[in-house]
Design a protein around this ligand. Structure first.
Ligand code: 13P
Length: 253
């Protein structure tokens, strides 16, 4: 069985106190987790140690950063390196969220560097891909996502790829309340797996977790997560509400 993830992406929301409260509530809920059913909290940098204090009290919950630099270290004011994340025990890092691509000019090439440096320091990258609306409207989504995978992940060895989690997040579904249908999600996830299979082989492709993101809510998570190639979700808005996020965790396979 592939690992299934319910990953909260808080983005740039919540004060420290609100975040602490939210973590406490989610962690006190009665959730059935195991090695293959995991919860991640991608929180703002200043809250990572708080998230760690909380998740270290229980198994199967992990902190995640929302971004890191593609550089090792040096004169890059305001940046945070993968080595720094590792040094405070942060096991996961989102890489290439569409908001980073759109607002901070992150290209497939830069993201390839970020994936690589995360792996170098033993931080699991959650590599985000997904097409904007106009690409979907022209029905070019497969080629678009394939290019993202090819340019950022194909430089990896099969062994390295096995340490990556993929998040498919169609840009038109992020924060819009317009979720991809379970058919659209399944179709793209299966396509992503087929692209990985061609490059890295079937055995590898079958082991990669591919989570869906884009308006995952308490009332649609179960149907989305039930799809054969959907291994959980990366959740923005609904992860800011404890009871909604708890329901989403419960919807994992
Ligand atoms: P929403 O769940 O708010 O649509 O955000 C999705 C997302 O971007 C998660 O990374």
């Amino acid at each position: 069985m592939r690992k299934q993830y319910a990953a909260a992406n808080w983005k740039m929301n919540l004060t420290y106190q609100q975040g602490a409260e939210l973590l406490k509530t989610v962690l006190s809920a009665d959730l059935t987790l195991n090695e293959n059913r995991l919860v991640l909290f991608a929180v703002p940098f200043p809250y990572l140690e708080l998230a760690n204090e909380c998740v270290h009290q229980k198994k199967f919950y992990f902190s995640a950063a929302q971004n890191c630099s593609d550089k090792k270290s040096g004169a890059f004011t305001g940046e945070v390196s993968a080595e720094m994340l590792k040094s405070i025990d942060v096991p996961y890092c989102l890489v290439g969220h569409s908001e980073r691509r759109e607002h901070f000019g992150e290209t497939n090439e830069i993201l390839s560097g970020k994936v690589m440096i995360c792996l170098t320091y033993g931080v699991t990258p959650v590599f985000c891909c997904g097409e904007p609306l106009q690409i979907r409207e022209q029905n070019f989504q497969n080629d678009f996502v394939k290019k993202q995978l090819k340019e950022s992940l194909f430089p990896l060895s099969a062994e390295q790829l096995l340490k990556v989690v993929i998040a498919y997040e169609p840009v038109w579904a992020i924060g819009t309340g317009k979720t991809a249908s379970s058919e659209q999600a399944q179709e793209m996830h299966a396509y992503i797996r087929s692209v990985l299979e061609k490059q890295f082989g079937r055995e590898v492709a079958q082991q990669i977790s591919i989570v869906y993101g884009g308006s995952v809510k308490a009332n649609n998570a179960k149907e989305l997560f039930a799809c054969g190639d959907v291994d959980g979700g990366l959740v923005g808005g609904a992860s800011l509400n404890a009871s909604d996020f708890i329901e989403i965790v419960r919807a994992l396979k």
